[in-house]
Design a protein around this ligand. Sequence first.
Ligand code: SR1
Ligand code: MG
Length: 420
Amino acid sequence: MDKPDQYRALTPEELGARLAAVPAIAERVGADPANWKVQEVGDGNLNLVFIVEGPLGTVIVKQALPYVRLVGDSWPLPLYRAYYENHALVRQAERDPGAVPEIYHFDEVQALIVMEFLAPHKILRRKLIDGETVDGLGGFLGRFCARTAFRGSELSMKSADKKQDVGLFSGNVEIPAITEALVFTDPYFGAEMNHHTEGLDPVVEQLRSDAQLKARVQRLLMKFASNTETMVHGDLHSGSIMSTDSDSRVIDPEFVQYGPMGFDLGMLTANFLMAYFSQPAHRSAGELESYQDWILAVVEETLAEFDAEFRRLWDTERTGMLYPASLFEDQGHASHEACAALLAEIRAEALGFCGIEMHRRTLSLAHNADFEDIEDTGLKRRLEARNLAMGADLIRTAETLGNTKELLDLARLYNAKDVL
Ligand code: SR1
Ligand code: MG
């Protein structure tokens, strides 16, 4: 075996020998690795994930691979993403205590994070495909997005601290580049790694021939790449959330960067809408309507709670250089209108990002199981076409779509529409 000070992608067999000496693991799992049971369970696009179980307990070990797992070693990817993920988890735990798994140990050379084993949590995407509900989900996610957006910005942080942090995370170059290409660019031209369901071409052609739509997407890409408002999770989809029937956590912030406040909210909304549109393939007729209604209720609650929590933080934690009390309350001027205007801007951007995410998950490289698990190609195509058409509508109307009710009505409209 290599020296312990050299990176090596671990196998379940050698993990014990490598990590037995780490006190944070020995304390939680047991000191003798001969008594550990190690399983590699990673099914994501990038990393190794091990469940390490011993006489004292269980931990998760997540290790970055030096390439994109989904594609293979032809697409190298820096190991340093684990460093940024660790920093992101530390900040998210401060900004929304209890929302992310506890970190026990970080090894920069091995690009490896040892963290809390969440049980009986299950990946939310799978729960949505299986028709399971989660109490309090929208409230939790709305608060997470509001707290991380607000507390990671200069509405709350000291400017010097925030700017230093922007500098730290700006070293994470290749990971945002994945989003810039796969999410914002590839869906809108015949990029090499793209693929889509047979028969969708007329809808895809319509998107690609709409120069105004592509210009809107590029404007949002410009904001994503240049607007360092706050620290965003960067990949907040239903595969980055784990839930029981009443408890949820956010995982996997390796796509962390400083970006627009509406980015996470938009990605999240898109993933709920894709779950919604895919349901006719996963539910029986008798349960379809009520489960789809539940998904839309989660979207509604997420957006409402985001606004409510943001307003609460605005009133109680506005300690940064932005919108200072010296310009408003201290002069006898309420700042609620300013807050409402900012929230409206965040919402409009979020809906634009939402539409783009709905496109990329059906046209670009990394699709989602909500649609990919559908075996009937004709049904899959019809449901994906609804999703693509609503995504385009959102990109076009993000600024003018009035309120959440209009968003949900639009989803219901496309859900009943034969786009193809
Ligand atoms: C090459 S990585 C593809 C996707 O997987 C991650 O989870 C991100 O969503 C990324 O876009
Ligand atoms: Mg991930």
